[in-house]
Design a protein around this ligand. Structure first.
Ligand SMILES: Cc1cc2nc3c(=O)[nH]c(=O)nc-3n(C[C@H](O)[C@H](O)[C@H](O)COP(=O)(O)O)c2cc1C
Length: 312
């Protein structure tokens, strides 16, 4: 398996497995779990550059990190290079080692503001955002999609423009914006980008186990894992030759971290979303699923987890 150290600019990661940014999921609690399960890098949820400019309290809270994240990476989204410049000047991102820019989000309300994957159609603006952040002296990475619509052959020239503007790594989610999260990821496109660029290229899309990882290995220098980690955070150690782990202790640890960083309301609503992933493929979970929806405190969630999930 091609697990190896990864150099992003002047930073060396212990391995080339990256926990993907996932809005609504990769908060500080889950990132800590992924880091402790062996991810070489974790990335925050996408955070609005404009929101940071206004020092919006909720947005600032998304910047929390844990000590387990040896290297920290914040993902920003926006459309105006001036917003990124202002964020840098405010100092709110000083603790982060790497800046990632979201140029892949397909959500309508983001795209219509010229943000996320809309930037695939504005390469000059995209390059200006990278150049602005690169002036910080920290490595800048960018997450893109293979194109905005089917048949739009832009991944290579777009990624090249980002490299020329100063990017230190490009991640390609091998789907078009139009595909959203369905359909097949075309990872051969990632290979083409990797061959055209000097900087490392990461592949994102559908890595859920050893077999799907091995299939994608030839196409990239690094590998980003999203939904596969939601279902099983220990995928990071598994892909490095670790023994398969039971989910119960991982879920308990996740609940402990949610309790440490968040109020009960956030913790309960967040972990409920996770159960849809954690319990995929598990049989006989009907009673648990019914009861968990009426559990309104973390204590009750913990009790139900102890009662029903000890064996998984
Ligand atoms: C619920 C959800 C939230 C996501 N949020 C983000 C995000 O904040 N930033 C981003 O760049 N990509 C985001 N993505 C895309 C993922 O990072 C990843 O590229 C995509 O899910 C494909 O990889 P996977 O098959 O390993 O999940 C999100 C995907 C999902 C399913």
């Amino acid at each position: 398996m091609s697990i190896k150290q990864l150099k992003i600019g002047n930073i060396t990661l212990k391995n080339n497995l990256i926990a993907a940014p996932l809005a609504g999921y990769t908060d500080v609690a889950f990132r800590r779990l992924c880091a402790e399960c062996g991810a070489g890098l974790t990335v925050t949820e996408m955070i609005s550059a404009k929101g940071l400019c206004y020092k919006n309290r909720q947005t600032l809270e998304m910047l929390r990190t844990s000590e387990s994240e040896v290297v920290t990476c914040v993902q920003l989204f926006g459309s105006d290079p001036a917003d990124f410049d202002k964020v840098l000047s405010l100092g709110v991102l000083d603790k982060f080692d790497i800046f990632d820019v979201n140029m892949g989000c397909p959500v309508n309300k983001v795209v219509k503001n010229g943000e996320g994957s809309a930037l695939l159609n504005s390469p000059a603006k995209a390059a200006a955002i990278v150049a602005t952040l690169a002036r910080s002296g920290k490595p800048v990475t960018v997450k893109i999609r293979s194109g905005f619509y089917e048949g739009q052959d832009i991944a290579v020239p777009f990624a090249k423009a980002l490299e020329d503007a100063g990017a230190a790594l490009v991640t390609v989610h091998a789907r078009t914006t139009a595909q959203k999260y369905g359909g097949l990821a075309d990872y051969e496109i990632v290979g083409k980008v990797r061959d055209a660029l000097e900087i490392p290229v990461a592949l994102s899309g559908d890595i859920t186990d050893e077999a799907s990882f091995e299939e994608r290995e030839p196409y990239a220098d690094a590998f980003m894992i999203g939904r596969g980690a939601l279902a099983n955070p220990s995928i990071f150690s598994l892909l490095q030759g670790g023994e398969p782990q039971k989910k119960y202790p991982l879920i308990k640890k996740h609940l402990e971290y949610l309790n440490e960083y968040f109020d009960s309301r956030y913790a309960v609503s967040t972990v409920r979303k996770f159960f849809a992933y954690y319990l995929k493929g598990e049989r006989g979970m009907k009673t648990f699923k019914n009861e968990i929806n009426s559990a309104d405190t973390l204590e009750k969630v913990n009790c139900l987890v102890d009662e029903y999930l000890r064996d998984i």
